[in-house]
Design a protein around this ligand. Structure first.
Ligand code: SAH
Length: 282
């Protein structure tokens, strides 16, 4: 019994302490988006990295971090390296990467989780409207566009990405133009990348079937709820009031009658949804 305990406990302790050490030594913007309600998910996440985009997505699918074939196909058709201009060599790691301006492109498993949560409200080629708040690199905006418009971009749907850093909005447009499909999405207006305060949503494009927020809010902003269609879903990380700086994903549904229900989901770590900085620092 004692031997069995040593055999199991020692490797587990080592693994967890390695993770804890990694977690606490990373700059905050580098560890955002790792679900922190389970020590299991990040360990899985390390194993999901690949040498190519196809390998990264295949590993996420094999590990169960992507469960929908539709999300798998949409993520496969967007090369993450196009959206990691600062760290192209690390683009196929399942971890956040710096994109400058104190922002990061989120970890692929977190993008997958958001896309899967919103999927029931994003049917392909049915004219679904989606808002991506804190669009940053533009990667998820492109994946969401593939979900509603199809990988060839020919279907009927529209995604608006909004970020409050002008430099990032310009960078996200450049990133999208790196592929023919991305360029067509921009030129056709099926993807719009705009500068603005995402806490206010983007009323011009409302109502939205699905709204994704990629930075941690202090509250579930009423403007976002107002701009949600009936039915519709909002996926938003929100700062907790526990005083420990915890954050949780909230999945907020508006039903056909306009009734709103809020569900607290997994613990996460995102950069904050803030006021626009006075000076943009690259
Ligand atoms: N989904 C993006 C995440 C980028 S990090 C990606 O994976 O690339 C979070 C982003 O939120 C940053 O780009 C930051 O500029 C943006 N942000 C923070 N507060 C904001 C606000 N009030 N309005 C719009 N964007 C905001």
């Amino acid at each position: 019994m004692h031997k069995l305990f040593t055999r199991l406990a020692l490797p587990t302790t080592l693994l967890l302490s390695t993770y804890t050490a990694y977690y606490y030594t990373q700059p905050k913007d580098q560890i955002q988006h790792l679900p922190n309600n389970s020590s299991y998910a990040p360990i899985m996440a390390w194993r999901c990295s690949g040498r190519t985009n196809a390998e990264l997505i295949a590993n996420l699918y094999k590990s169960g971090l992507i469960t929908s074939a539709h999300v798998k196909d949409s993520m496969s058709s967007v090369d993450r390296a196009h959206y990691c201009p600062k760290r192209p060599d690390s683009a196929y790691e399942d971890s956040p990467q710096s994109i400058g301006y104190a922002a990061t492109i989120s970890a692929p498993h977190m993008h997958a989780s958001a896309a899967e949560s919103l999927l029931p409200h994003m049917p392909e080629n049915k004219g679904a409207r989606v808002l991506d708040v804190g669009s940053g690199s533009g990667y998820l905006t492109h994946v969401l566009a593939n979900l509603v418009c199809g990988a060839d971009g020919k279907g009927d749907g529209k995604v608006v990405g909004i970020d409050h850093i002008d430099g990032l909005v310009e960078m996200s447009r450049e990133n999208m133009r790196k592929s023919e499909e991305g360029r067509l999405l921009l030129e056709s207006g099926k993807v719009e990348l705009i500068a603005g305060d995402g806490r206010k949503g983007y009323a011009e494009g409302a109502p939205y079937d699905a709204i994704h927020v990629g930075a941690a809010a202090v509250e579930i902003h009423q403007e976002l709820l107002d701009q949600l269609r009936s039915p519709g879903r909002l996926f938003i990380p929100v700062e907790d009031t526990d005083g420990w700086g915890s954050q949780y994903i909230w999945v907020v549904d508006k039903d056909n009658e306009g009734k709103v229900t809020r569900k607290k989901d997994m613990g996460v770590r995102y950069v904050p949804l803030t006021n626009r900085p006075e000076v943009e620092q690259r």
